[in-house]
Design a protein around this ligand. Structure first.
Ligand SMILES: Cc1cc2nc3c(=O)[nH]c(=O)nc-3n(C[C@H](O)[C@H](O)[C@H](O)COP(=O)(O)OP(=O)(O)OC[C@H]3O[C@@H](n4cnc5c(N)ncnc54)[C@H](O)[C@@H]3O)c2cc1C
Length: 501
């Protein structure tokens, strides 16, 4: 018997592992719910709620072609052992998974056991992440090749016995409590396809202009991240559909194009970043815990840890934009890129908290939690990669720039509703309103300057540069700058863009 083991690829369309497993005469489509994984601090109720909907949807899709989804709950090795005892497993098909350290170790354990039982484990590729990569040279070319390959068709009919399944455990049975979420994102492929369609043809029109404001990004960002993270859509099919749309937009008369060309091109680059970031975790799984650059080890050990951490976690820092973002994230499970970056930057620089403590909490709040993107971005926004420019967001400026009238702030921080818009970003500065809200837990300017001085001092060290060079070779993007460089500056033609990613 062959097993189609679904992991973060909850779809039948463009799923190489599933399509190949179905070539066998007896296939079991299997999903394993692993209670030990759900005990990890980066996993949460909101993610499980989304998963449950995806599993129900996948079950419906499978039934249309002759099989239901077999659900088993428990330790993966014990479950495979049980299935092997009852049915005899010849081959297992799954995608190559780059996820958290727990799943990485689970896969190592399983590999050993499959080998000992002569069970062939075929791991197919579902994105642009390359296993066993030596350095980043040539990565883009390979990514391109994979993203423009043909999509994998599901079979018309699945052959095999009828296997018994279990019901999906409730969150409570796994020990997952509601973590404050009130607005759930809907799971399942149909929802994912609807989002893609509405983004490419309506919502995405002003994406490039509106993506940074928490007011507009909710609607004008694609909101596909959770679907990509759970695999209800493949990144390849999103890229190919985006490309078709791009070409159609180019054919439109100029007056009908509006902001579409820029928006679609900005979106395409984000889709490329998705795999670029996950590649970092694939190449170095330890970056979930360890600074990418060792110069930053022991740097953030002098913070007023507990008080700052708790205030930040609850959205009680006294900085309206930070608090509004955190409180909205708790209730909705989503935030745009810039506001995620600001939350992380504020915790790491102004509050001087180690990202290892804050990133796990944020991971549990993101329904779209994707470890490869998450830890690389957390480190990037904390200045510990050694290869990226230091960016310390000023939360007051971010508020003024992206929520000038305080609409977003007032929605999520009701204590500030009566304060006029000109005072809403810094109520502590007016005698009249300073008592209306909690005072800021740190002085913005002083905290920012202090953090910058500590970080830049480290960066000047010769040894810092030597290690950074090695990190760049391993993880840095090799995206060519050729297009952006003037024709007259031929010498620079082969220069490499180092610091964007
Ligand atoms: C500290 C921090 C943590 C983050 N953690 C996650 C995470 O756990 N999961 C996650 O999917 N994204 C994460 N991001 C990246 C980004 O914020 C989200 O992908 C984006 O906000 C999701 O919304 P969207 O689908 O509407 O994105 P869109 O703007 O519509 O982008 C489309 C897709 O491109 C990819 N993408 C977009 N921005 C980035 C980026 N900066 N880096 C890599 N890929 C990107 C995502 O797959 C996204 O779904 C994080 C960013 C920061 C600063």
């Amino acid at each position: 018997m062959h097993i189609a083991w679904f992991k973060r690829d909850l779809r039948v369309w463009d799923n190489e592992a599933f399509t190949n497993a179905c070539k066998s005469k007896n296939v079991m489509p299997l999903y394993i719910i692993e209670p030990e994984l759900w005990k990890e601090e980066d996993l949460s109720y909101r993610q499980y709620a989304f998963l449950t909907e995806c599993l129900k949807d996948l079950d419906k899709e499978l039934k249309k072609i002759g099989q239901k989804l077999i659900i088993r709950t428990g330790d993966a090795l014990e479950i495979f052992n049980d299935i092997n005892t009852h049915y005899g497993i010849e081959e297992i098909w799954s995608h190559q998974e780059t996820w958290n350290f727990w799943t990485f170790n689970r896969d190592l354990r399983l590999k050993k056991w499959f080998n000992s039982k002569n069970i062939k484990w075929n791991e197919t590729i579902q994105n642009g992440v390359i296993r066993g990569l030596k350095d980043r040279d040539g990565w883009s070319k390979e990514w391109q090749k994979r993203m423009y390959a043909d999509e994998h068709m599901p079979p018309k009919k699945i052959k095999g016995h009828t296997f018994s399944s279990e019901t999906i455990p409730t969150p409570q049975q796994l020990g997952l409590k509601n973590d404050g979420i009130e607005v759930f994102q809907k799971g399942g492929r149909i929802e994912g396809l609807k989002l893609l369609e509405s983004f490419l043809f309506q919502r995405g029109k002003n994406y490039s202009k509106e993506m940074s404001s928490p007011l507009s990004s909710h609607k004008s960002s694609s909101r596909l991240s959770t679907h990509i993270a759970f695999g209800t859509l493949s990144i390849k099919e999103i890229i190919q559909k985006t490309d078709i749309r791009k070409k159609d937009i180019q054919k439109l008369p100029k007056e009908e194009r509006h902001n579409w060309p820029r928006s679609i091109s900005t979106f395409s680059s984000r889709l490329r970043w998705h795999c670029h970031f996950i590649q970092k975790l694939e190449d170095e799984p330890e970056i979930e815990f360890r600074n990418m650059h060792s110069s930053y080890n022991n740097l953030r050990n002098d913070s007023d840890f507990d008080f700052f951490l708790e205030s930040w976690k609850k959205g009680l820092t006294g900085y309206p934009m930070v608090d509004a973002c955190m409180r909205s994230l708790i209730k909705t499970g989503w935030l745009n890129f810039r506001m995620r970056a600001m939350l992380m930057s504020f915790a790491s620089y102004h509050l001087w908290l180690p990202w290892q403590k804050t990133s796990k909490y944020l991971a549990s709040l993101f329904t779209d939690y994707e470890p490869g993107i998450h830890y690389a971005q957390s480190q990037m926004q904390s200045g510990t990669t050694g290869i990226n420019a230091i960016r310390i967001y000023n939360p007051i400026k971010q508020g003024i720039d992206h929520d000038p009238d305080g609409i977003f702030i007032k929605k999520w921080v009701p204590e500030l509703r009566k304060i006029p818009k000109k005072n809403v970003h810094n109520p502590w500065e007016s005698i009249e309103y300073s008592k209306e809200y909690i005072p800021p837990i740190v002085d913005e300017i002083e905290a920012r300057k202090l953090a910058a001085s500590k970080i830049y001092k480290l960066r000047k060290d010769k040894l810092h540069k030597i290690e950074s060079k090695k990190i760049y070779l391993k993880h840095g993007s090799r995206k060519s700058r050729i297009k952006k460089i003037s024709k007259h500056d031929k010498k620079k033609k082969n220069q490499i863009q180092k610091n964007l990613f």
